[in-house]
Design a protein around this ligand. Structure first.
Ligand code: ADP
Length: 539
């Protein structure tokens, strides 16, 4: 395709190899695009909510992912259609900015597209629909602002935060352990939060996983975790107030190079050489002790004899630590990586309140915990589990669920306004948007009403996924909201016995919900404005 200009400077498009291209114009283009968008939304619709289904996806190399997270499901799907890709991006944007609500945003966009299709059939111009949607989304966002409540918590009584994270986790595969995982997520966020600036740098929270053990064994470590153990089993397993030498040089006497020849023809000579080597290494150990090191972490290995000596001289050591980990340890403990042994000085030692080796159950696996580091607030969430399944699938899904919970806690610290979930926010917005529609004299009125109807589809999907009658349930809850003029009634997905989401403690952040509505509207507007699709006919 090429863009050219005629003699009046007006642009026109030249399509090469015309017969290989297909072209959809006008209403056909919009219909085709809407169909593609709806198809994506339909896939996610059944995984919305606490009773939502999970999806199993097989990658090109045969690895299987089971997930409930909208962004992940879409990410793993190999979609070819450009409009479908837009929906994937939509979910990704919600994930990037908010971290939660990635399924909801796609379901919302799908519903808006479905309603738009009806309006198109009625003969309303796509631009009018787009404008109506824009107005309606503004009404909804402002309405949310009005009904939002402040969510009070402080660092010492963080129970409310835990409750919120539990809401997020309740729709995930890991909901069996939602209480403990939510607590871990909140503690992690509070540990790295800058409460004065009301911000949280999630990069400071590392989420690590290791297959084995139970999900219940997942723990929060105030520091970093290294997948290594002490070089000798008799070395101390706990080192308090550790001063750490971080070495990238070999920690052993220099070995005779192959190109030099050493003649050893008597036992005495051998003994002398051995003694010399030992003495050399002994001096190295002494040097470490002199600068005040109580632990040596090395990039390279050392032989058994050296190991034995280290144990005897009471200098614990860890060998074969990878470069990336060394760097991490150096940053966290405020130490410097020492590339040449002679350069070791007391200032270059890293400091940590506690270094300990932990072994897991009956397995031989051991990990090194470097905690209360001098220089960094960084924490690590160490996920266990998946033993029964025998693969990393569970760990990966747990990582994603924890990420969602971390995002929710972070969002609340940034902005502590909340709205109620379970579709309550959507229902009250739907009512507000419907009421506002009458005020618009133009055809946009229809689009605004359609927007209100699209909002209803979120609570309907929640009801449907929980095995309830969608229309009946929605109308009952809606009339309850109108009668009592209370915007907290939603779908009782878990059959608790009340529709009051305040009582059920089901809420979502205001910014998250607003973002969902705004992003879904933007994407749908974009899709509606496309009236020409030119593509290779092979597709
Ligand atoms: P998302 O990826 O969009 O967060 P989820 O599958 O986590 O999707 O579902 C979130 C939806 O489920 C929200 O609308 C939320 O309000 C609702 N929800 C979560 N827990 C409950 C609950 N216990 N009762 C009713 N609705 C709930």
């Amino acid at each position: 395709m090429a863009l050219a200009f005629d003699e009046f400077g007006r642009p026109f498009i030249i399509l090469r190899e015309q017969d290989q291209k297909t072209r959809l114009r006008g209403i056909d283009a919009q219909k085709a695009n809407i169909a593609a968008g709806k198809a994506v939304a339909r896939i996610l619709r059944s995984s919305l909510g606490p009773k939502g289904m999970d999806k199993m996806l097989q990658g090109p190399d045969g690895d299987v992912t089971i997930s409930n997270d909208g962004a992940t499901i879409l990410e793993q799907m190999d979609v070819d259609n450009q409009i479908a890709k837009l929906m994937v991006d939509l979910s990704r944007s919600q994930d990037y900015e908010i971290g939660d609500g990635t399924t909801g945003v796609v379901v919302m966009a799908g519903a808006l597209l479905e309603q738009a299709e009806r309006q198109l059939d009625r003969g309303i111009h796509p631009i009018r629909i787009a404008e109506g949607y824009e107005m309606a989304s503004r009404v909804a966002v402002e309405h949310l602002e009005r009904i939002a409540q402040k969510f009070e918590f402080d660092v010492n009584s963080y129970e409310p935060l835990v409750q919120t994270c539990m809401t997020t986790l309740s729709s995930k595969i890991v909901n069996r352990c939602k209480r403990s995982l939510a607590e871990i997520a909140v503690k992690a966020v509070l540990a790295v939060a800058d409460l004065e600036r009301r911000d949280v740098n999630l990069d400071l929270i590392k989420v690590e996983g290791k297959v084995g053990g139970k999900l219940e064994d997942t723990e929060l470590i105030y520091g970093i975790l290294v997948d290594k153990d002490m070089s000798h089993p008799q070395m101390p397993k706990h080192i308090e107030d550790a001063h750490i030498a971080i070495l990238t040089c070999p920690f052993e006497p220099p070995k005779p190079k192959t190109k030099h020849k050493v003649d050893i023809d008597t036992v005495e000579k051998f003994e002398t050489l051995r003694k010399q080597e030992q003495q050399y290494f002994d001096e190295m150990v002494q040097k470490c002790k002199d600068v005040g090191a109580t632990l040596v972490i090395c990039q390279w290995g050392f032989d058994d004899e050296a190991n034995h000596l280290l144990m005897h001289r009471n200098l614990p050591a860890v060998r074969w630590v990878g470069g990336v980990e060394l760097e991490l340890i150096a940053i966290a403990t405020g130490g410097r990586i020492v590339p040449r042994f002679q350069e070791l000085t007391p200032e270059k030692l890293g400091k940590a309140g506690m270094v300990r080796e932990k072994s897991f159950g009956t397995t031989k696996e051991r990990m090194l915990y470097i905690e209360h580091c001098a220089n960094s607030k960084a924490v690590t969430i160490f996920i266990r589990g998946g033993y029964g399944l025998g693969n990393k699938m569970m760990i990966e899904e747990t990582k994603r669920s924890i990420h969602d919970a971390l995002c929710v806690a972070r969002n609340l610290i940034r902005n502590n306004s909340i709205v109620y979930g379970g579709g309550a926010a959507e229902i009250t917005c739907s009512l507000a948007v419907d009421a506002a529609a009458d005020k618009y004299p133009g055809v946009e009125q229809y689009a605004i009403r359609a927007f209100a109807e699209a909002l209803d589809s979120v609570p309907m999907a929640l009801a449907e996924n929980s095995g309830l009658q969608p229309i009946e349930t929605l109308s009952a809850v809606k009339s309850q909201q109108i009668k009592e003029n209370i915007p907290f009634y939603g779908i009782d997905c878990n059959d608790v016995g009340t529709n009051d989401m305040r009582e059920q403690n089901v809420f979502e952040t205001l910014i998250g919900k607003q973002q969902q509505i705004l992003l879904a509207t933007q994407v749908v507007k974009m899709i509606l404005k496309i009236d020409d699709v030119i593509s290779n006919s092979e597709y």
